[in-house]
Ligand binder design. Structure first.
Ligand code: CMX
Length: 441
């Protein structure tokens, strides 16, 4: 822990000095321009924040610290005999900016095992919710109850020097990451497995242990969890979950409060909840057509019906990406390797061959291609994890790696309270008439 923290501080000090110099020389340079339409239409394409951990290219997809997903699958350390990267290594990469050694990765596994204890009141808080509550509501309730353990909140109340914010955020980050797999598994076993819980296995890696606590023992499911946790972790800074965590953290709300806020955004159907919506939509299609393997013609008709009813096709489209999401492709490759004959997985591939041309023909959808959520559920169903309302919780566990690594950077770089300017339509009208000088200034 101390070695990782020291290495992070070393990197952050170098970056702080670099940014200071960049701003001293170039702080007045103009980056892009803001159109009126962008203010009204979700700030698409408007550069407005710095996120060090990853960068999204509309054509190529995500790069984590400069590395593509195929590169990471090759370069990041793996579990003994494993084929997929360990998320611990991905976290090291996001935090430090370098590919870790196997020893670096093992050290993080050991820290997270040591710090994984969860106080009972967290489970009591989850238990206070009705079983009918959505798993994301239970999960975020667990995170909020765990906020009692925040070192940042405690040290701030005691009067912390602002130079030390980063260290307290770092400590909370490591504690939170150590604990969230157990909270996620608790939610799953409580809601779907008769409240029969499985103790953590201190010999397993972070994602392997999550698989174990969920109750799925096959090695290939553990491999899926490692891949899943790695590819869902980060997608630069503007997406709802990352941006919300960053925004709330800028008020110096501690990492527990900031992460919980971000995950409430992930729970929206246009963002992370789309992974449950995809499988729900496919199950409904199978039921309506009375077949487990609909033909491409049947899929086409069902897609057209969905659109006619004024609904979106879940798992398709993206606010930034303009081609097939490499996270979709990574999961497709996993499916081809482990379950090529699974009818549901094949249906996902048939949907992939059907939907883009239909969405393209609408003339308004900017990206007709599948995103990460189009594929993930079918892989989980293959292993028996059919309770699709739980899927966004898995996304949330993974997303913690990215948004918390970024929060460490936010405080280490001394980023201030985020507070963009907003306008009213009245003020826009005055501005258009050349009457609102204050806004121009
Ligand atoms: N099905 C039907 N219509 C779609 C569509 C889809 N999959 N994707 C976009 N459109 C529509 C939009 O609803 C919009 O229609 P209106 O003008 O009538 O309002 C129009 O096409 C233009 O939208 P866009 O600029 O292409 O997309 P946005 O940047 O506004 O939205 C997203 C992006 C992801 C919200 C949208 O594509 C969508 O709703 N997709 C389905 C939900 C989904 O899969 N979300 C998960 C995204 C990944 C993640 O965050 O996990």
């Amino acid at each position: 822990m101390d070695a990782l923290r020291a290495k992070f501080k070393e990197k952050a000090d170098i970056a702080t000095a670099e940014i200071k110099e960049i701003l001293a020389k170039n702080g007045n340079k103009v980056i892009g321009e803001v159109k009126l339409s962008q203010i009204y239409q979700g700030m698409r394409g408007m550069t407005g924040l710095v996120t060090e951990t990853s960068l999204l290219d509309a054509q190529e997809g995500i790069r984590f610290r400069g590395y593509t997903i195929p590169e990471l699958r090759e370069k990041l350390p793996k579990a003994p005999g494993g084929t997929e990267p360990l998320p611990e290594g991905l976290f090291y990469l996001l935090l430090i900016g370098e590919i870790p050694t196997a020893a670096d990765t093992d050290a993080i596994t050991a820290i997270w095992q040591r710090r994984s204890h969860i106080p009972n009141h967290v489970f009591d808080a989850i238990d206070a919710l009705p079983l009918s509550a959505h798993p994301m509501t239970m999960y975020v309730t667990g995170i909020m109850a765990l906020q009692t353990e925040s070192k940042f909140a405690k040290q701030y109340a005691e009067g912390m020097n602002k130079k030390d914010y980063w260290a307290a955020v770092f400590d909370d980050t490591m504690d939170l990451l150590a604990r969230i797999p157990h909270i996620a598994a608790y939610v799953y076993r409580r809601k779907y497995k008769n409240n029969e819980h499985i103790n953590p296995n201190g010999l397993l890696d972070w994602a392997g242990n999550l698989a174990h606590m969920l109750g799925y023992t096959r090695d290939s499911f553990k491999a899926l969890m490692r891949l899943y946790m790695t590819i869902h972790s980060d997608h630069e800074g503007g997406n709802v979950s990352a941006h919300t965590t960053h925004l709330v953290g800028s008020a110096l709300s501690d990492p527990y409060l900031s992460y919980a806020a971000g995950m409430n955004g992930l729970a929206g159907p246009l963002h992370g909840l789309a992974n449950q919506e995809v499988i729900k939509w496919i199950f409904e299609m199978q039921e309506e057509l009375n077949t487990k393997s609909p033909t491409k013609e049947q899929i086409e008709q069902y897609v057209r019906k969905t659109l006619k009813e004024g609904k979106v096709v879940p798992g398709y489209g993206h606010a930034v990406l303009r081609k097939t999401d490499p996270r979709f492709i990574a999961q497709m490759e996993f499916g081809k390797r482990h379950m090529p004959d699974d009818p549901l997985v094949q249906t996902v591939w048939n949907i992939y061959e059907t939907v883009p041309s239909i969405l393209q023909s609408l003339g308004k959808v900017k990206n007709p291609w599948p995103n990460v959520d189009a594929h993930s559920g079918a892989l989980l169903v293959h292993y028996g994890l059919v309770e699709y309302e739980f899927y966004t919780v898995l996304f949330a566990v993974s997303r913690a790696l990215g948004v918390l690594a970024s929060l460490c950077w936010d405080r280490a770089l001394g980023f201030p309270l985020e507070r963009p300017k907003s306008v009213t339509t009245e003020s826009v009208k005055l501005w258009l008439e050349g009457k609102d000088e204050i806004w121009d200034a």
